[in-house]
Design a protein. Structure first.
Length: 454
């Protein structure tokens, strides 16, 4: 009796994968107790731990990381002398934003138009399911040919560095010959892609104070300094007229060498409204993969509904700065902090608080692991060759692992292609991509084990 191909095994496992992703998405695991109960993250962590135990993992543990969250670890021993591969994903998610803008509840996995919708479906609960699918398929097809470590982070989206600090204190825990980070994505659906670079990130909160208390705008407006107006002016100083990032002293003219990103494709992927211009200069790839980008991600101000005719005594904003490879995130933080202090108008009192930071990352795409992944992806995606691209997002753990395991090869793959709309409303995952990438990962583990034996 001939064993069925591993691709058929993975296809047969897809209904179970959907059911499990439905369970995992249902946890409102935003790692911010100010927004969602801590118990939601704890329940998700326990679900992940139970899933690893069910697959035969040993030493499964919930790691209490220094930022007050939990990461989940497990170890699956392979054949004697086999290499060790670390598989990474994170179970925490971004908040759902405006729930009324979702076409289906954000924490209920819903099938629509051939995709599965729900917060974390692609980023990155789907990544954990991808790892499970690959391992299950291998077990059903002769066994997992490598030793496997799995780490599922609990606060990646917050950028608070809990797992990085834990790994630094326990360097042997995540040591591996190769590391597969399942938190990026294909350049587009159906085009197998590994991510070669990641921008780093720094996150600051800036507060401006100008008055002892709010004042009547009719009685004092025109002479009394309004903190909200000061904040608007300060934030405007972070961009040139064309939208380019303009932080004093920060280089912003690097060029991307590699996969092109046509402007018309980007406009479609980003859902830019007709008649609205893109911001910045250079190619799209330059702007999103090779240059810094500042974003005001939050601002405290009175809502329109219920607003009173008052001058604001204090204003606060949260600012994200993406830092490209070749630049240091700590140095960028210092430059951004100095810029905010220097450009605050009217002598406003300035306080700056750092709330997150991660270094950029550049992978070695010439390594043997990439050769094994290229072969696997060409099989999983017939007629397509593996592409390498950058990614504008940040995964701070990458540099920590690179420093702790300098000999390890690090590959970045995942389910967050443009249609997934990660971090936005109506996030979704393509089940076809989940199936193909799970197959690619399974084949990669097999190819990699064979390459180490030869």
């Amino acid at each position: 009796m001939t064993a069925r191909p591993i691709s058929e095994t993975i296809a047969s496992l897809m209904p179970r994968a959907k059911a499990e992703l439905t369970e995992l998405v249902a946890f409102q695991s935003v790692a911010d107790p100010a927004q969602f109960p801590r118990s939601e993250c704890e329940a998700a962590a326990n679900w992940v731990a139970d899933a690893l135990r069910a697959e035969g993992f040993q030493d499964v543990a919930l790691l209490d990381t220094p930022d007050g969250t939990q990461s989940v670890y497990g170890f699956l021993p392979g054949p004697v002398g086999a290499p060790t591969v670390l598989l990474y994903a994170h179970y925490d998610v971004q908040p759902p934003l405006d729930e009324s803008a979702w076409l289906s509840p954000p924490f209920e996995l819903t099938e629509r138009d051939g995709r599965w919708f729900g917060r974390g479906a692609a980023d990155c609960k789907g990544g954990f399911i991808m790892h499970l699918l690959a391992l299950r398929a291998l077990r059903a097809d002769g066994g997992v040919p490598v030793s496997v470590k799995v780490i599922a982070e609990g606060s990646e989206e917050q950028g608070t560095g809990g797992l990085e600090r834990y790994a630094e204190a326990h360097p042997e825990l995540l040591a591996a010959d190769t590391i597969v980070i399942g938190d990026t994505g294909n350049f587009r659906v159906g085009l197998p892609t590994v991510t070669a670079t990641l921008r780093g990130m720094t996150m600051l909160r800036v507060t401006l104070d100008t008055l002892e208390g709010n004042l009547h705008s009719g009685q004092f407006g025109g002479a009394a300094p309004d903190a909200l107006a000061a904040m608007i002016q300060l934030l405007a100083s972070l961009r040139a007229e064309d939208g380019s990032t303009t932080v004093d002293g920060l280089t912003a003219d690097a060029e991307w060498e590699g996969l092109r990103y046509p402007e018309e494709d980007f406009r479609k992927d980003a859902k830019v409204l007709d008649g609205v211009e893109l911001i910045g200069t250079g190619t799209v790839a330059d702007r999103i993969w090779a240059r810094p980008a500042v974003t005001v991600i939050g601002i405290d101000c009175p809502p329109v509904v219920g607003a009173t005719p008052s001058l604001q005594a204090s204003a606060r904003a949260q600012i994200s700065l993406r830092v490209p490879p070749g630049q240091d995130a700590a140095a960028a933080t210092e430059l951004l902090t100095a810029h905010l202090r220097a450009h605050a108008p009217w002598g406003a009192e300035v306080s700056v608080e750092q709330v997150g930071q991660g270094q950029p990352f550049r992978a070695d795409t010439s390594s043997p692991a990439y050769t094994s992944m290229a072969r696997a992806m060409e099989t999983a995606y017939p007629g397509e060759k593996m592409q390498t691209s950058g990614m504008g997002g940040s995964i701070p753990l990458c540099n920590t692992l690179a420093a702790l395991c300098p000999e390890a090869e690090i590959l970045l793959i995942g389910l967050s292609e443009p249609e997934a709309q990660i971090h936005a409303v109506n996030e979704s995952v393509s089940p076809g991509e989940l199936e193909r990438l799970s197959l690619a990962e399974a084949l990669f583990l097999r190819n990699y084990a064979e390459s180490k034996q030869s």
